[in-house]
Unconditional design. Structure first.
Length: 356
């Protein structure tokens, strides 16, 4: 193993890359990981020197608090390669800010900014060949933090591990999705951890999502926990509704994730002169708009899928089909976002960050 040392990060390089063993034309999302991973431990009240080392297994005690009290947060990011071979990140500062916001909510120590960005860029430089060119291809980045202190007392840990893994991926969804509106289960509640990317948020969604899939639907549109009256998120994504030519999405709160793609769509809409309305939308309003024809589109937004159009929704055992309009906002925003991400268009917002 080749050992290098940057100002903040120790690098242990692989002797031989696994790149040649990967069929990039047949990837399952998030199952294959690149040659190296970033790792940093929190001990004695501070984050230790970060290390980049070959991707491999961890040794962790079954008594680690992450297994018993769920102290775990994560982020989802992507790296993109343009036609000249340069690699870019998309608004990485937002992911850094959010993982620390999530960590704070879960009583995990916040991670240092210099460690995060130096580690990220060093890791990407080492494994830049894992970023495949071509529309829809990207390297999915998974920063996460877990509690590693051994002990089953019900209290926050005093030892943690922060890591970044990288996985080559293609498009998350290849077509439109069918959704069902939640009338019994909720994603999060007032005062809870819905605004954090806490691991338990997603684990709790699996059961009601499985029930939806048994009925032939791909995802659930979540509603508020109090009355199941207001529309909040779609699956693991923020959700937008186009009624006539106004784009409506729920305001962020302690129940709703402040999505990077959501924020970007709102900025693009503002630039493009498309009217937006960030407000609570009721299920009754949605159903009425579907019945009178004013509901033009529903789409989810998130890092994995970018933009995911909805072909139909179900409420009260009734399906409402949507016909994609010729001036689809979903199609428009997906193209505009991806053109910025892949360095095919100007970036007036300063969102694109070149990996150096």
């Amino acid at each position: 193993m080749n050992t290098l040392e940057n100002s903040n990060v120790i690098v242990n390089k692989v002797e031989k890359s696994r790149l040649g063993d990967v069929d990039f034309n047949n990837l399952t999302f998030g199952n294959i990981f690149s040659d190296h991973m970033f790792e940093c431990d929190y001990k004695d009240g501070k984050w230790q020197t970060p290390v980049i080392r070959p991707y491999g297994m961890l040794t962790i005690s079954p008594g680690a608090k992450v297994f018993h009290y769920g102290q775990a947060v994560f982020e989802g990011m992507k790296a993109y390669k343009d036609e000249t071979g340069d690699v870019f990140l998309f608004r990485p500062e937002k992911n850094f800010e959010r993982i620390n916001k999530s960590s704070k909510r879960m009583a995990i120590p916040e991670f240092p900014e210099n460690y995060f960005f130096e580690g990220l860029h060093t890791l990407l430089n080492l494994d830049k060949d894992w970023v495949q060119p071509g529309n829809g291809n990207s390297l999915y980045l998974r920063p996460f933090a877990i509690a590693t202190q051994v002990g089953v007392s019900a209290s926050p840990a005093d030892e943690y591990k922060f890591m970044i893994l990288m996985s080559p991926v293609q498009a998350y969804y290849t077509g439109d999705v069918k959704v069902i509106i939640a009338q019994q289960y909720s994603r999060s509640a007032n005062g809870g951890v819905g605004a954090a990317k806490a691991a338990g948020n997603y684990g709790a969604q699996f059961y009601p999502t499985n029930l939806a899939k048994e009925k032939g639907y791909d995802q659930v549109i979540w509603t508020d926990a109090d009355e199941h009256k207001y529309l909040e998120e779609a699956g693991t994504m923020n959700v937008f509704f186009r009624i006539n030519d106004t784009l409506i999405t729920a305001p962020t709160s302690d129940r709703i994730l402040d999505g990077v793609t959501r924020n970007s769509v709102l900025k693009l809409a503002e630039r493009d002169g498309i009217k937006t309305d960030v407000r609570k939308l009721t299920v009754d309003e949605l159903v009425a708009a579907a019945k009178d024809g004013s509901l033009k589109e529903i789409f989810g937004s998130g890092t994995a899928a970018v933009i995911s159009p909805v072909s139909s929704f179900c409420y009260d055992e009734t399906d409402y089909d949507l016909v994609k309009p010729g001036d689809s906002y979903a199609t428009r925003f997906k193209k505009e976002l991806m053109d910025i991400q892949y360095n095919r268009a100007e970036d007036p917002f300063g969102w694109r960050v070149k990996v150096k």
